[in-house]
Design a protein around this ligand. Sequence first.
Ligand code: KIV
Ligand code: ZN
Length: 499
Amino acid sequence: MSNRVYIFDTTLRDGEQVPGCQLNTIEKIEVARQLEKLGVDIIEAGFPVSSPGDFNSVVEISKAVSNPTICALTRAVKKDIEVAADALQFAKRGRIHTGIGTSPYHIYNKLNSNPEEIIQRAIDAVKYARKFVDDVEFYAEDAGRSDNEYLARVIEAVIKAGATVVNIPDTTGYCLPAEYGAKIAYLVNNVPNIDKAIISTHCHNDLGMATANSISGIINGARQVEVTMNGIGERAGNTSLEEVVMTLRCHKDLEFETNIDSKQIMKTSKLVSTLMRMPVQPNKAIVGRNAFAHSSGIHQDGVLKNRENYEIIDPVEVGVKESSIVLTARSGRAAIKHRLSVLGYELEPIELDELYHKFLELADKKKDVTDEDLEILVGRDKEEDTPRPLKLVSLQVTCGKSTIPTATVQVSFHGDVFTETAIGNGPIDAAFTAVKALVKRRVRLEEFLIQAIHRGSDDVGKVHVQIEHKGSTYYGFAAHTDIVTASVEAFLDALGHIE
Ligand code: KIV
Ligand code: ZN
């Protein structure tokens, strides 16, 4: 048996069934072209009989891509098969994917039928599809909960009828990895003509085992795996392409190969996520934003010594530029030193020590400390060397709904401390009024800008202030997690320049 595993991507069919993820034809073509670049072997482009839009997408995708086989889904219904064949007319290589339920749930409850009638309908569908195309895939829906003996009879019959690929879906995501693997092994050992077809896995993720089940299926004889990008799909989703591909790649001992250019993985993931408006969970394997981010001090130190201490995949292999060191309150000096040197700052051990304490203070207030925050910390250090004439000693504000905003400000001026209280239309206005009363200068606020550059309510607020005094303009800046404090410090910074 060859070790080549075919990647059948159903992002545009099973993935697109997710509510709110529907794409128009132009978007589907864009995804299909990217899937072609990624190197998938088969693209399931849609279910043509389901809607004119799906029909049109299969037609246009068939015209737009040439390397992958284009597959169209049908039920075991003549009309579906005719429409699918029509939609595939422009495909260089077209495949019809037809099938029927084989579990007791499907045979009796859904189809109101019996096992023998189901086998006949399966044979008829495959034979009919073979009249239009040479490549026919049969799916035994809910194979995961189907009796293995009966399933083997169905599979033998459809291969005899002309099926080139036999798909064994765990439609409800019920199977355990060993159980699913045993099912595939059972078919390999008990279907006499199994060598005439490729066995395919199609696993759903209801119990979080879709990837494990697919890998188990491959180990036991399947050579096609049905996947979606980012694992999107019905309910808890399908097996994720990136997880299967990278598992096979990491476990070289298994000796399986795919045609995937793994460097295209991240790009494809982002495209699918953006077009389908389906965010990728941060801790998603391979493509989540944290998949290559290290935040604890011990891990950061280990990764900086040698990436492989804590990474089994080189991020470059999946199209991610580099691993990231996220600076949080759990980061150690090694990570701060590394980040500072990337930013161009080389600090003496004693300076690093001082900065590290400031960093921890900030990190306690803010979840992630960004490069910009670090630069501010470094800059503040330098600023502290040049004494500022006006310094904020304390600030207390009262504000909120049905409260008159009031601020009490204590400012030191060349060492002497002055206090003033004022009201305003908001806490910043009240604090500025108090400061103006303290410094007894006629100043006009020309510009006042608060920026929170990164996401999250825990961000550092950066405040830029521009004031006018006797025809001249003075500029001030400050940053703090408390924006009222940042505003007053920026105002004092500007006033200090008049001095
Ligand atoms: O999950 C499933 O059984 C399917 C089939 C239509 C292949 O998606
Ligand atoms: Zn499915």
